[in-house]
Structures are given as structure tokens and as C-alpha cells.
Design a protein around this ligand. Sequence first.
Ligand code: GTP
Ligand code: MG
Length: 414
Amino acid sequence: MKLLKSFTWKKQKSIEEIPKYPKISCKTLFTFLFYDLKFKKVIFMVEKTILVEKKKEMKEEIVDKKLLEKASQKLEEKRDEKVIVLKVEEKVEEKKQLNKEISIEELPGVGAATAEKLREAGFDSMLSIAVASPGELTEIAGLTEATARKIINTARHKMDMGFVSGNELLEKRRNIGKISTSSKAFDALLMGGIETNGITEVYGEFGSSKTQIGHQLAVNAQLPKEQGGVEGMVCYIDSEGTARPERIKSMAESLKLDPIKILNNIKFIRAFNSDHQMLIINKIEDLIKNEKLPIKLVVVDSLMSHFRSEYVGRGTLSDRQQKLNKHMHDLLKLAETYNLAVYLTNQVMANPAIFFGDPTTPVGGNIVAHASSVRIYVRKGKKGTRVARVIDAPHIPDSECAFRITEEGIRDIE
Ligand code: GTP
Ligand code: MG
């Protein structure tokens, strides 16, 4: 400060000595110059800020443009996909109409009462009868074997067998979605996850993780495709009272998802008996068709508990299988008509006919086995892990993988 003062004083003196200058103190001049410099600096700063803002705006504009381009491209792709889906659905509907037009009463030996029995058992179209075995029809509708054979043969002659071209099938397969299990090893075993357009059945003993997988799928089905979901809503049929929204909440939170949104998109329903369980399937169709809910996953946990407890003893087996057959047909129809995934859990029993190896067999017999596209056997592994084994899948080789159940949900073994 002292130095500055002395400098100002010196300058003041020298300027006063020159007469052509107006009498202005050197101190004022210096202050003026100083302010001028400061002013220029402020202007420079303002200009710089404006430049930075402009650059930012330009960058944002470029990003916006790119996003817009991407979004419109995606929209185009989705539109194309929708057109294909609509075309395939139209054709499927046409074929269904064609098959429905021929009523099952037109078959020889099928009167009103037999037709009613067949319908109740899920054999409501020419196709279902054409692909049935004589044994199934005799067991379910009480026909003689000769009549059953005659009916099946006539149905095979009369109906349009539903041939589709390879391209049509390819188009249909292209629209199949896959839901991740949140374990890479499990997903790899399933070639990407559980598929829409079919039934995936998981069987295993108590505590083997059937319900936990169901909970995880209910969360993951809502994810976008890139993250292993199908962007759909979920219908969760709980026949054992083991559905736990708080578990779903923690699974959602661990994936950084909004648990309120996730729980809102899952429609839970408690099935009180087998009839109620069957009725719920019709209601789901209502929700999709009339209320336009985009349901992409139906969880049935578990399939057999009511059927098993209500039909006890050998004498009731055929009645049970008749109802079960209809239930499985309804589920399959739902999966194929609306391209959604059905996840079933099933109980097990020890098969006395198996002498060597693991005698654990799913209950429900051939009716459940035929309708399921993929069957998975889960069991407890070493150190608290779980082992999943694919059984009888057309596109997956019989193989197995290990995974674990953590606080976050289903995960890989590190
Ligand atoms: P049943 O329905 O009895 O036939 O069995 P399940 O196959 O459905 O078994 P479930 O999916 O209920 O799995 C039970 C196992 O999951 C338990 O043994 C626990 O180890 C595990 N589990 C369940 N809930 C939790 C949880 O909140 N956190 C963790 N870390 N593990 C859990
Ligand atoms: Mg369970």
C-alpha cells in the first residue's frame, strides 16, 4: 500500500508540471485506468460466459437431435414389429375361427352329453381332439376305446391341421420375449431366460427356491428388453399363501427400481380352491382383452396344491386329471394367444418305479408334462446353493447350473 501511495504521489507531481493537460489529478487518472481495466475484465468474463453457454446449447442441441433420431428409429422398429404381430395374430385368429366352426358334436358318436364332458375336460376344438390319445378320451369322457379312436380319426380328417409356413413360424418366434432370472448362469441354461408364448414349470422339494424364482421373475418381467425384461405387468396367482410383497420390495430396491411402481404392476390373487384357480385364468383374459392390461407374466404358485388336497384317493384321479387338463389347456392358450410367459411351480413325490438315481418326480402326470414347454428341476446344493436342471425342453440340452438366494434375490455364485 505504501509503495502504491508513493508511486501515485510521484506521478501526480509530474503530470501537473505539463500545462497542456487539463488539471486532473494523476490519482484520478490512475483510478480511472484501473477501473477501465477492471471493466474490460468484467466484459471479457461476460463474453466468455456467453460463449460457454452458447457452446453448451449447441452441444445439447446435437445430443437432442441424436436422441430424437434414435427414438424415431426405435418407434419405426416397434411399428414394424407391431405390424408383424398383428399379421400373425390375425392369421392365428382366422385359423382358430376355421377350427371352431366345425363343432365337436359333428363327430360320430358324440352326443350332447359326451360333448359337454369333452368340453369340460378342455377338449373343446377339433385340434385338441385330433391330437389326443384314445386312452385320454376313454379316461376323461368315459368312451369306449373303439369310439375314442373313431372320434380322433374323424377329427384328424375334418380339421385344418394348422400348417404354417416356416417364415410365419420364424416371425412368431422372433417376437418371443425372455425374462431374466437375475443369475447369468441360470439365464444361460435357459438360453436367455424364461420364454413368453409357453409354460415354464419349476418343480422341487420344499425350500428349493420355486417361490423365490417366482418373486424374482415378477420384478424382472417389468424391466426393459435390454435389461432382461418384457416390459409387462404380472399376474401372481398364490394358492399357498406364500406371496411376500416385502420380498418383492427388497428385490426391486436392490435393482434400483421404484418398489411402489413394481408392486403396483403386480396383480396378486389368492386362489382358494381348484375351481377358483381355474376361474382366475378366465379373469386374466378379461384383464388383457377388456381392461387392456399389458400382462406379460402369469405366476401360478403352486399349480397342484389344491388339486392334490381336493382329490384324494385313486378313485378320484380321473376327475382330477380331467380338470387339470382343462386348466393346463387354458394356461397354454393364454400364453400362446397373448404371447405371455406362464411360470408354474410344482410339488414333487418320490417315484417308486425309479430304482437308481434321484426318484424325485413332479406331480400331475403326463398332462402337466405335455403342456409345459420347459421343465426345470431345482434342488438344494452344497453350502446353501441351489441347482437347476433343465428336463425335457425342445430347444435346450439337458444340463444344469448352480445359483444362490441372497438378500437381493436370485444371484450367481461368485
Ligand atoms: P415350498 O413352497 O415350501 O415347496 O418351497 P419353495 O421351493 O417355494 O422355496 P422358497 O422359494 O420359499 O425358498 C425358500 C428359501 O429361500 C429359504 O430356504 C431361504 O433360504 C430363501 N429365502 C426366502 N426368503 C428369503 C429372504 O428374504 N432372504 C434370503 N436371503 N433368503 C430367503
Ligand atoms: Mg413355495
